[in-house]
Design a protein around this ligand. Structure first.
Ligand SMILES: Nc1nc2c(ncn2[C@@H]2O[C@H](COP(=O)(O)OP(=O)(O)OP(=O)(O)O)[C@@H](O)[C@H]2O)c(=O)[nH]1
Ligand SMILES: [Mg+2]
Length: 342
């Protein structure tokens, strides 16, 4: 039987295999320090789940029993809508109530806004100094399809660390980014008044995952019109449950409406608990995560045995249909998995 650490060791046959006992105690230390919310341990644990390595599996396996206590909020919406500003304000409000907050910012360097402005950065810095807050950016480049998997793992790390709240910010463009927040407990979709384009952006995928709509930048013209448009859309749309997403107006830059956002998020959570929807969400999330892990594993195994690129070249040269190429790769992956199990 081949273990994960055994396989990793065969990658460098010229070096001595790492001592399993040493690896195990390093992992135990990491788990312990994550549970103590030590920032460096949190950073290392999240880097580990971001990476493609097998050792993330053992880490999550050990942390998972401690998860389930955090309230997880997803915050998504079009680029520049004010998601980071809102997250910052939510974190401050929660801290004032004595709650601890973990923040995951997925794709913080949006090409559209070029990241936070100086003022935002200074405000964020004071949050950074607060030991009750942990802020982490998730690398997205090159995490093809693995972004949601990695982010959900990172939520587990922060949840197991005992943060009362985990806030996950992601820009609402592209399936990958939407998958990141799909099925978390409560999803806030942030939009801004004015541009009909934003409503279009919401239509394209965000509409059906919103539990609470936030119309930020309510200090701008056209708020009431945006509220009306959204209400019309909501009355026409099929929502995913008997919960009708409330619409909250905010001026995140001044902290206005933030309390109400939290109130509505809390009401949504209460609804989930009462209606049995919480369990359904957890089922959906587990299914989503299992499927993502399976896809990654099958692809990786196929790549390790026959090589996806190699088989594609061969298929192209010999004019094989895609099913035949995939069958061959799948058979290779399955036989590799059998070897591993046996
Ligand atoms: N007028 C106004 N501006 C705001 C408000 N909230 C945020 N902003 C500004 O909008 C800009 C974008 O804010 P961010 O919080 O970075 O937006 P974001 O959605 O996180 O942006 P990306 O992560 O790049 O997609 C910044 O200049 C904020 O200061 C608001 O309520 N009113
Ligand atoms: Mg942002």
């Amino acid at each position: 039987m081949t273990t994960d650490s055994g396989r990793a060791a065969t990658g460098s046959p010229d070096r001595a295999a790492p001592d399993p006992a040493a690896l195990d105690s390093a992992l135990s230390t990491m788990v312990e320090q994550v549970r103590e919310r030590k920032p460096r341990a949190l950073a290392r644990a999240i880097s580990r789940v971001e990476g493609g390595g097998d050792d993330r599996r053992e880490l999550i396996r050990r942390l998972y029993p401690y998860t389930g206590g955090a309230r997880v909020l997803g915050i998504t919406g079009p680029p520049g809508a004010g998601k980071s500003t809102l997250v910052d304000r939510l974190a401050r409000t929660l801290r004032e109530r004595g709650d601890t907050v973990g923040i995951l910012a997925v794709d913080p360097t949006s090409p559209y806004t070029g990241g936070a402005l100086l003022g935002d950065r200074i405000r964020m810095q004071s949050l950074y100094l607060d030991p009750g807050v942990y802020i982490r950016s998730m690398a997205t480049r090159g995490a093809m399809g693995g972004l949601a998997r990695a982010t959900h793992d990172a939520v587990d790390v922060l949840d197991a660390a005992g943060f009362d709240w985990v806030l996950v910010e992601t820009v609402g463009v592209g399936q990958d980014e939407v998958d990141v927040v799909r099925s978390v407990e409560t999803v806030l979709v942030v939009t801004v008044p004015g541009l009909g384009d934003d409503i279009q952006a919401i239509k394209a995928g965000l509409m059906e995952i919103a539990d609470v709509f936030v119309i930020n930048k309510a200090d701008r013209d056209g708020v009431d019109r945006t509220v009306r448009d959204l209400e019309t859309m909501l009355s026409l749309a099929e929502t995913r449950s008997d919960w009708r997403p409330p619409i909250v107006k905010t001026v995140a830059a001044r902290g206005e409406g933030v309390d109400e956002v939290l109130e509505q998020a809390t009401a949504h959570r209460a609804h989930l608990v009462e209606s049995g929807g919480l369990e359904e969400r957890r089922r959906q999330l587990l299914r989503l995560r299992v499927e993502a892990i399976l896809k990654e594993r099958v692809l990786a195994a196929a790549d390790e045995t026959l090589g996806v690129e190699h088989e594609v070249e061969r298929g192209l040269a010999e004019h094989h249909d895609p099913y035949r190429v995939a069958d061959r790769l799948f058979a290779g992956a399955v036989s590799a998995a059998r070897g591993e199990a046996g």
